[in-house]
Design a protein around this ligand. Structure first.
Ligand code: AMP
Length: 175
């Protein structure tokens, strides 16, 4: 099944110059969503891991299905001030300004090997900050899995340069 055709591309959203890759059109097609999850499942079944982490918010959709299927704990990497317990934070740069992501301190320990899931990788800022967050908690990153890689943007390469293993199902240009 060709998953590419289930992704809707919306020019100039949320602002001028951005070509938004919309996954809602894939989620609304049950076969396409099932295929995406099955492909991710096949990838992660070969990677040793103890927990599966999703990056807020679209990463949650895929991470929760995979955690359920793999009988593994689901970890939420959330935007600042969303988690009620004691958290560990990581700041990262956006095009304009900065953002912060957090994880519950109690969610990770040094024995953990984490697969990090998101819908899309672009500049890699969010993914790299997620890896730092996991490592701040003394856990290891086993791999990243993305539905979409915007291959002409530096994210995927940046992660690989930092020594992380990355997997993706769909390659799209960023513009
Ligand atoms: P980045 O940190 O630049 O790799 O951005 C990754 C995050 O931003 C992901 O969680 C995506 O959901 C979102 N994102 C960035 N660029 C796009 C795009 N062109 N279309 C859809 N989502 C995007």
């Amino acid at each position: 099944m060709n998953l590419e055709k289930y992704i809707r591309s919306i020019p100039n959203y949320p602002k001028k110059g951005i070509l938004f890759r919309d996954i809602t059109s894939l989620l609304e097609n049950k076969k396409a969503f099932q295929t995406a999850i099955k492909k991710m499942q096949k990838i992660i079944s070969k990677i040793p891991h103890t927990k599966i982490a999703g990056i807020e918010s679209r990463g949650f959709i895929f991470a929760s299905a995979l955690a359920y299927l793999h009988n593994k704990p689901l970890l939420l990497i959330r935007k600042k001030n969303k988690l009620p317990g004691k958290t560990v934070s990581q700041k990262f740069k956006l095009e304009y300004g900065t953002d912060t992501i957090e994880v519950h301190k109690s969610s990770l320990n040094k024995k953990d090997k984490i697969i990090i899931i998101d819908d899309l990788i672009a500049t890699g800022g969010t993914a790299l900050a997620s890896a730092k967050l996991v490592e701040k908690c003394k856990a290891k990153v086993s791999a990243f899995v993305f539905l979409i890689d915007l291959f002409d943007l530096p994210g995927n390469k940046k992660l690989q340069q930092h020594g992380y293993k990355t997997h993706k199902l769909i390659n799209f240009p960023g513009h």
